[in-house]
Design a protein around this ligand. Structure first.
Ligand SMILES: [Cu+2]
Length: 170
């Protein structure tokens, strides 16, 4: 029973670590009374990131340009860094040539425009949050988005705990 608990704990811990590093959710907030809001899921894929946008309130015939911009939503929003596929029918799915870590600096936002003709009208925007990563984790390669250092630390701690339990049981 104890061994089973340790194994289940290890699986749960690794799943939690993986979830914390493997993707990010960005809330897209309504702008200019557009009635449009939603979210973007950023999924780490090595040197690439898949960005899946889901919106509510988009007019059925709309095709909204959307980009990763430099800066943050509001007065500091900068230029287009990575174009994404237009949001149509409330969704957009694009894989860009940038790692998730390179986007999580606090210097990028996802901005949705009303249309190609009304590119200057913003309908929704969300800031990509900054994520602080420990130096040890950044120095090592990642396995499926999970820093190897964390797997080693968590795995080592759990193996140690299991060994202690076995010794106590013997
Ligand atoms: Cu834009």
């Amino acid at each position: 029973m104890r061994k089973l608990a340790v194994v289940l704990g290890a699986i749960l811990a690794l799943a939690m670590v993986g979830a914390a590093f493997a993707d990010t959710s960005v809330t897209l907030n309504e702008l200019n009374n557009s009635g449009i809001s939603g979210s973007a899921q950023l999924i780490a894929k090595g040197n690439q990131t898949e960005i899946i946008i889901t919106e509510t309130g988009e007019p059925s015939d709309a095709s909204e340009p959307v980009h990763v911009h430099t800066g943050q939503c509001g007065p500091t929003l900068g230029g287009v860094k990575y174009p994404l596929k237009n949001v149509e029918g409330g969704s957009s799915d694009t894989t860009i040539n940038a790692s998730l870590a390179s986007l999580e600096t606090g210097g990028f936002a996802i901005n949705v425009h009303q249309s190609a003709a009304n590119i200057g009208t913003y309908v929704a925007c969300g800031n990509i949050p900054a994520v602080s990563v420990t130096p040890a984790a950044t120095a090592l390669p990642k396995a499926g988005g999970t820093p190897v250092a964390l797997i080693v630390i968590v795995g080592g701690a759990l193996v140690g705990a299991g060994y202690a339990l076995r010794r106590r049981a013997a």
